[in-house]
Ligand binder design. Structure first.
Ligand code: MGD
Ligand code: MGD
Ligand code: MO
Length: 759
């Protein structure tokens, strides 16, 4: 039998610290994962469910966007994938009786961990104006309410339609179609908080805002640089790919302020050596960089490559633009500035350079450690410079590899979930559906919060996610959300965003990936796109958590039918009955999806075209791959202050907290910790085990405080600190965003630590 959810809350947050581990995965990971799964769903259901993860006839793992190795194969075992599945396939339920017992005021006082542990939502629920309890509501009445509020708006741009990246291609395509048919491009999504900086940098430089490598390229690379990413926790299956790449001769450079266990050594639970032995060392060279020092590091490497003449002039001449400007800018890079920016020694950088020069095929992988800085876009552009200099784009074993987060965040973008659609995309929609989509750009996440705050948006609709907890400046965001007329969440599980609502609120419970999706024409499957642009099918097999759930696709169809009036713009009722009809439209609107239905039926699906990868064709403004030559910058903390990054523990999925441990970092039983270098901590008078309040200092003079963090002496880079998100989102000013991409700069906050008495 599964265990009951925790009763006590606030959950006791009393961390115990043992210090970082030096290897990831292996037997303990298997045991941890199974224990988590058994707690949520019992032994039998665990076994049945896990057999279906990432199988050709099974469902796509909702854990992350890392691609599956060649199918058919036995499922790759990943601890955090199992945890993600267990959270969704849990046997715990949040029923109308739960809401009768717990008022919204009560729920708003609970931790995110406690809320999530209560289980799956079973009924559509409504919070009337002035009420303190959600009450059950019928689906039709719920859609009537939304239609009523949307029709009352003076302008469609006063509504916001958020998406979190688990939504299937089919649901996402219909959702953006509905929003545009209703009249707005206000389609903020979790990409705005995540890889927007990658998309912005890659679109401008290479012409395609996605990664240019496939899994096979990783296995053919001579050198893989992993910068600003913690795959041992967040993309565990990437470790087996790195292991395989190493077996084929690749070397790995890790660039990170933290020594992350997964990148040091990997014990593959699927091999005898991984299970019994010491595992495979993954990192050949660890560059322990200061937060935000990456642009300076790569600029200096670029200068050294140019100085040595270790560049591919033929590639540069034929395929690129802007080389001379970069070469001039790079000449100005010097060792002393780079040392200040990165904290790295000359020796370490020269060793990296030698490895680069010795490698014909180079791939750079990155994630949030690069995208969530003020200068994130120029940082990623500098990495593109680095790859272009040696022709490492558009040939096997080389390229850019931004590793996406949510399992279909990339697919949602491909389907048109963006506040800034291209004219070509809108033209295709207009042709296919015979209506005039709005052309004005819509609002991203940060601008949506501003619009709510300033009374310029009144209806907030979320397709998944946990907007108020994932967004920056928690207090500002929550106040903004409370100003809305209506907030609606399509959700699988209870979260903070259901407790911080507009005047009226709806919770619309939906099917998860793991569940059977039965419609009038029979069982349906959906499709997703992984981080490398491979599209494949996902079929849920479990009985739905409740008979009252609707699929996301059905919810959009019924909403559109009700709001737009009948089958206007599209045959919504037919779409709900048969998802093949939706795919047929996607095939006609979105390039690369020709013959969609047949190609997605193949095991493993199909790879979308990628012009730079496939043909060294760069659809940019210049028609070439563009070098960038902007100034190099890096964040600096004044004396007595540290730079703080907000990151994930091993026991969470974004705002969903699985448990209170961060095994690889040696922290158990609590999350309110701040990791500080022992020397920095001593200078600040903070012994290990003492407590401190964190106060962020923003350039406009404002301050924000998060109290009561246990100080952990930890081998991070000097001058840098780390603490978990979302507890620290209160510290991130709404205006602290990356240039161009507007992504919150939640990896380099200037903070001061003040000794306090603790919780
Ligand atoms: N289990 C699990 N899996 C997940 C998620 C989860 O929460 N849990 N979230 C999913 C999502 S949406 C995403 S986007 C990804 C996130 O995956 P990651 O980006 O790996 O997530 P973070 O925990 O934010 O880790 C950031 C990493 O970058 C490093 N870093 C921080 N700042 C810098 C810097 O300035 N320079 C360099 N070089 N390194 C830096 C940090 O030390 C850390 O190792 O994971 C996805 N997968
Ligand atoms: N300070 C700081 N803030 C950050 C980050 C950071 O590193 N630091 N990272 C940012 C990043 S990279 C991201 S991607 C965002 C994440 O932001 P979001 O995507 O908004 O947040 P999640 O926590 O992933 O959303 C979890 C909720 O999604 C719902 N859900 C789960 N599965 C499904 C499903 O299949 N369908 C539907 N409809 N709902 C489902 C559940 O109700 C669950 O409570 O957070 C960002 N915020
Ligand atoms: Mo993300």
């Amino acid at each position: 039998m599964p265990a009951k959810p925790p009763e006590a809350d606030p959950v006791q947050d009393a961390p115990t610290v043992t210090g970082p581990a030096h290897a990831a995965a292996g037997v303990p990971a298997v045991a941890h994962a199974l224990r988590a799964a058994h707690r949520q769903m019992g032994v039998r259901r665990t076994a049945l469910t896990l057999l279906r993860v990432n199988q050709p006839d099974g469902f796509d793992c909702p854990g992350c966007a890392w691609p599956d190795p060649g199918r058919p194969h036995t499922a790759e075992f990943c601890e955090n994938g199992v945890k993600a599945v267990a959270e969704e396939a849990t046997l715990r339920r949040v029923t109308p009786a739960f809401f009768a017992e717990h008022s919204v005021t009560d729920l708003a006082g609970r931790s995110g961990y406690w809320l999530g542990q209560q289980g799956r939502l079973t009924h559509p629920m409504y919070l009337p104006e002035g009420a303190d309890h959600y009450e059950p509501i019928g689906w039709d009445r719920a859609f009537d309410l939304i239609a009523e509020e949307l029709h009352a708006l003076p302008d469609p741009d006063r509504a916001l339609f958020y998406t979190s990246g688990r939504t299937s291609n089919e649901a996402a395509f219909l959702y953006q179609l509905f929003a545009r048919a209703y009249g707005t491009n206000n389609l903020p999504d979790c990409s705005n908080l995540c890889h927007e900086s990658s998309g912005a940098a890659l679109t401008e430089t290479l012409g395609v805002g996605k990664g240019s490598v496939l899994l096979d390229d990783l296995y053919r690379a001579d050198l893989i640089i992993v910068a600003g990413q913690n795959p041992g926790t967040n993309h565990p299956r990437m470790l087996s790919a790195l292991e395989k790449a190493k077996a084929a001769g690749a070397r790995v450079i890790t660039v990170n302020p933290l020594p992350e266990a997964g990148l040091e050594r990997f014990k593959n639970p699927q091999t005898a050596r991984g299970l019994a032995g010491g595992g495979t060392p993954l990192t050949d060279l660890f560059l322990q960089i200061r937060l935000g020092g990456d642009q300076a590091l790569f600029r200096l490497l670029n200068k050294l490559l140019i100085d040595r003449g270790a560049i591919d002039t033929e590639f540069i001449d034929r395929h690129t633009a802007g080389y001379d400007a970069l070469a001039t800018a790079a000449r100005a890079a010097d060792w002393e500035d780079t040392r200040r920016a990165t904290g790295l020694t000359r020796d370490a950088i020269e060793r990296a350079l030698d490895m680069v020069v010795a490698s014909r095929r180079v791939i750079v992988c990155w994630a949030m450690g690069l995208t969530q800085h003020k200068h994130a876009v120029p940082t990623i552009k500098e990495i593109v410079n680095f790859l272009l200099l040696r022709g490492n784009v558009g040939r096997p074993g080389a390229g850019v590899c931004p590793v996406r987060g949510h399992s279909n965040v990339q697919g949602d973008r491909t389907m048109g979930i963006t506040e800034r659609p291209t004219p070509a995309f809108l033209d295709a929609l207009a042709d296919e559906f015979g209506f005039t989509p709005p052309r004005r750009h819509g609002l991203d996440v940060v601008d949506s919060i501003r619009a709510l705050r300033d009374g310029r948006a009144h209806v907030f609709f979320a397709m998944g996610g946990n907007f108020v907890a994932a967004s920056p400046d928690t207090d500002v965001t929550e106040d903004a959300m409370r100003r809305a007329r209506l907030t609606v969440h399509v959700s699988t599980k209870l979260n903070r965003s259901h407790c911080v609502t507009g005047a009226r609120a709806l919770i619309l419970p939906t099917l998860g990936r793991t569940e059977r999706d039965r419609q009038a024409t029979g069982d349906q499957f959906v499709t997703v796109e992984d981080s490398m642009g491979v599209v494949h099918a996902s079929r849920g097999r479990l009985e739905p958590a409740s008979p009252h759930l609707l699929s996301e696709t059905a919810i959009v169809c019924r909403l559109a039918h009700r709001v737009l009036g009948g089958n206007r713009v599209a045959p919504w009722t037919d779409f709900e009955r048969d998802y093949r009809l939706v795919r047929a439209r996607i095939a006609r609107v979105i390039p690369g999806f020709e013959d969609f239905e047949a190609r997605v039926a193949r095991p493993g699906g199909f790879a979308l075209p990628h012009a730079p990868r496939d043909a060294r064709h760069f659809p940019t403004a210049t028609g070439k791959a563009n070098f960038s030559a902007g100034p190099v910058t890096w964040p600096e903390a004044p004396p007595g202050r540290l730079l703080l990054q907000t990151l994930r523990s091993h026991d969470q999925y974004n705002t969903t907290i699985y448990g209170l441990d961060d095994r690889y970092r040696g922290i158990t039983g609590g999350r309110r910790v701040v990791l500080v270098h022992p020397e920095d901590a001593r200078a600040l008078g903070l012994p290990d085990g003492s407590h401190a309040d964190l106060t962020s200092e923003w350039t406009d003079g404002t301050e924000r405080t998060a109290p009561g963090f246990r100080v952990v002496h930890y081998p991070t880079a000097r001058g840098c600190a780390a603490a978990y998100y979302p507890e620290t989102n209160v510290l991130v000013p709404l205006d602290a965003t990356a240039d161009t991409s507007n992504t919150p700069a939640s990896k380099s906050l200037v903070v001061r630590l003040t000794r306090s008495t603790g919780a």
